[in-house]
Design a protein around this ligand. Sequence first.
Ligand code: BGC
Length: 372
Amino acid sequence: MKKKVLAALLSVAMVATLLAGCGSKSEEPAAAPAPAEEEAEAPAEPAESEEETPADAPAASGDLADKKVGVCIYQFSDNFMTLFRTELENYLISLGFAKENISIQDGQNDQATQTNQIDNFITDEVDVLIINPVNSSSAETITDKVVAAGIPLVYINREPDESEQKRWEENNWDVTYVGCDARQSGTFQGELIADLGLENVDKNGNGKIDYIMIQGDPENVDAQYRTEFSVKALQDAGLEVNELFNQVGNWQQAEAQTLVANALGQFGTDVEVVFCNNDAMALGALQAINEKERKVGEDIFLVGVDALSEALENVLNGTMTGTVFNDHFSQSHNAADAAVNYLNGTGNDHKISCDYVKVTKDNAQEVLDMVK
Ligand code: BGC
């Protein structure tokens, strides 16, 4: 059921992506997986881009119960990564891994702590590693030690840069990155605002969209792309933009609340749009907006990314303009499937993509039913 809903949503997203002329052009999106508990007899299909991978590889694999999986998460307190890791663990178990053989470590947003955890996983001779790096700039060092230990590696959520990915390809290493193209999420955010029409957003009547931008931690390239492409989508729609304020909220609700309160204090009713690189920060922004007695949908507009339940409820109530579903089901399932493909010897492409879904009041309930 959920699978069908997501597949329908994704096809809408794909059309939107094609129209917008961006997104992962070279790769078909993965078939939309359902949450793991509904998935036991029907594992997700791996991304179609994995040409050499039979669609039923995970189900066909033999002795997964004996395989040790090491998972490193950059920070457990991150809302989105909590959804991701919970789904990842459930899905790994549904594929046949034993719960006691899946170890998930909290990097506490500290690369030294995470590096230590990786060293311990290598000493423990885990069979495969799934890593959400604290610093994506540390990927080269991480890759080198993991490859030297002969352990296949699946990066998630924080995309290593192009030169690093090139090394995997050139050396034919068992290393891949699983994630969505953050440019698409930024574009969708911009479109959510552009679709409202200048006449409805331009409250101060200066003919421009006056916005503030609250960015995530730059260690995730998602922050940079969402910032750039949300504004680009407005410009591509023929709108003039005026950036009033642009600061880093580190993906955190409380930090964003403080920043937005400052921006609203400084620029008052000139602030027409609040772009947040994720929903946690949009929730913080909403607190600041409420404190200033501004009204989303009336005198200010607010968008985030992720489709956290609380954000979806706000979209339904009209207290957020919209969000973008960051599909943690597809990402976690594709990461687990990629791990299995390495264990089976079938291998993977060096990059496995998925699609975001634009969320407005019209489809927020369907997405909420799926993520809840
Ligand atoms: C999510 C954020 C999250 C970040 C962690 C992003 O893709 O949208 O909510 O904090 O990943 O790296």
